[in-house]
Unconditional design. Structure first.
Length: 202
């Protein structure tokens, strides 16, 4: 009981302290912009940060959860699992499966918060992309307007980096879920991967 309360308090501290710090920073910025007469600029930045955070955080959560959903639907005929190998630590698969789903949701939420926080910092690139303009000068090599390199390309490169990160995280979490559920096993001959697992992770 005390252990559960300690974990709950620890989670609250991890969430509340950063959130309080963010609120204080935003409040300080708000006072500055109000005093200088640029409150509308602050509101625009706040909206941009909010939408950027929701965009990146939502994409990560959706993509990870869809893959974990399909991973948790697959059943493997393995009554007992060997987690560490060598028979030193074994427990029933049903006990592990009950932990996989809530653990996957918890990790997804934590990663979503990090992705949203990171995405909020990319608000300038998002605004440049949304409000992109044609400069009128064409690149002599590729033939694109210079405005593409100023307003669109930075955000597209950002999306590429984010997509690679989401893909890596998704593969890791999905593989971990399959490992606990028995779709991926460590044997004396090496790693044994079920064909259903290979189909999804391919």
């Amino acid at each position: 009981m005390l252990k559960k309360k300690f974990i709950l308090i620890l989670i609250l501290l991890i969430v509340v302290f950063p959130f309080t710090s963010y609120l204080l920073n935003y409040y300080t910025d708000w006072l500055f912009f109000v005093e200088t007469g640029f409150s509308s600029v602050f509101i625009t930045i706040l909206y941009a940060k909010t939408w950027a955070g929701l965009l990146f955080g939502g994409l990560l959560f959706f993509f990870v959860q869809v893959n974990l959903y399909y991973a948790n639907r697959v059943q493997f005929p393995l009554p007992v699992m060997n987690i560490l190998g060598g028979g030193n630590f074994r427990f029933n698969r049903d006990e592990a499966v009950r932990l996989v789903k809530p653990a996957g949701i918890l990790l997804s939420l934590i990663l979503t918060l990090f992705a949203a926080s990171w995405g909020a910092m990319q608000w300038e690139d998002l605004l440049f992309f949304i409000n992109k303009l044609a400069v009128g000068t064409v690149d002599p090599v590729i033939g694109k307007d210079i405005g593409f390199y100023l307003f669109s390309l930075p955000f597209l490169e950002l999306l590429k980096t984010f997509a690679n990160f989401v893909l890596l995280i998704t593969v890791f979490l999905t593989a971990a879920a399959y490992y606990v559920r028995g779709g991926i096993m460590l044997t004396e001959r090496g790693v044994s991967v079920d064909k259903k697992v290979r189909r999804q992770l391919a």
